[in-house]
Design a binder for this molecule. Structure first.
Ligand code: R5P
Length: 273
């Protein structure tokens, strides 16, 4: 792997632990002003100091994140559908590699839709992006998207999707945690991070998901709604960081969450000043 590629990856995946807490905030590219992310700047600013990477589109990056921030950027570069469509798989590459380089991002990300009508299109999109990424030293993340078919999130399907992504050359893959997640990890020669999916019922559910995913071989999370739709997003991301980087148990991480709930307002004030 070339120096530039390695350097970009090591900004996102912390060399001290080999792990990463990525904050996903790219939902608006097909969901519009999702609950609690209506104003991206307001939601993101207090969280950025605790994210190893933030995933956004170029529109949100240019309008809602000041260039002075040091948080590495994972740029979503696929799109073309909206939540109004039943089939969300008809995506194209929406952002050029030149613009990604101009924005000084640390990686680009696109969704693949294995088993859908647009399987080939999304896989060819991935291959094009990897070809360009190799040329520019830009890591590519493939996202094993399931659209509205959340039930597809089983080990057999996700192992297939992750492996296809790795074979085409993705440098990292974002997928979902599932029963028998180890099978997904074992079939992937590149690192995996897990998304959170729609908001879970309790904080304990989220922390269990993160803990189990890490125990079974994920190198981190790329998580959105279960952080910023929580009533105490800063406390939540700090609890997740404890699991990912400090090997905290779920109980210890829950304590981090509880301890930080009270300090949430103060933290927002500090990071805005
Ligand atoms: C979909 O919009 C994106 O790929 C998200 O980044 C991904 O689903 C992770 O976000 P969440 O944890 O909210 O599922």
């Amino acid at each position: 792997m070339d120096w530039g590629m390695k350097n970009r990856l090591s900004r996102m995946i912390k060399p001290s632990t080999g792990r990463s807490v990525m904050l996903a905030a790219d939902h608006g590219y097909f969901m519009g002003p999702t609950r609690k992310l209506e104003n991206p700047r307001k939601m993101l600013e207090p969280l950025l100091p605790f994210a190893d990477t933030v995933a956004v589109t170029r529109g949100i990056l240019r309008t809602s994140i000041d260039p002075e921030w040091d948080t590495p950027i994972l740029l979503r570069v696929s799109g073309g559908t909206s939540i109004l469509k039943d089939d969300l798989s008809d995506e194209e590459i929406t952002t050029s590699m030149t613009d990604a380089v101009r924005l000084n991002v640390s990686a680009v990300a696109l969704s693949i839709f294995v088993g859908t009508n647009h399987e080939k299109q999304s896989l060819v999109n991935l291959s094009r992006l990897v070809n360009e990424g190799e040329e520019f030293g830009m890591p590519v993340m493939a996202i094993t998207a399931v659209g509205k078919e959340l039930k597809k999130r089983d080990a057999k399907y996700l192992a297939l999707s992750c492996r296809l992504a790795a074979e085409i050359g993705a440098h990292i893959v974002k997928t979902y945690y599932c029963d028998n997640f180890r099978k997904v990890v074992d079939g992937s020669p590149v690192p995996l991070v897990v998304a959170g999916g729609p908001k879970l019922d309790t904080e304990l559910d989220v922390l269990n998901l993160v803990y189990n995913a890490l125990q079974e071989g994920a190198i981190g999370v790329d998580m959105g709604r279960n952080i910023w739709q929580n009533d105490y997003p800063v406390a939540m991301i700090k609890a997740i960081r404890a699991i990912v980087h400090e090997k905290a148990t779920v109980k210890e991480a829950m304590q981090v969450y509880t301890d930080n709930k009270g300090r949430a307002t103060e933290q927002v004030a500090i990071h805005r000043s």
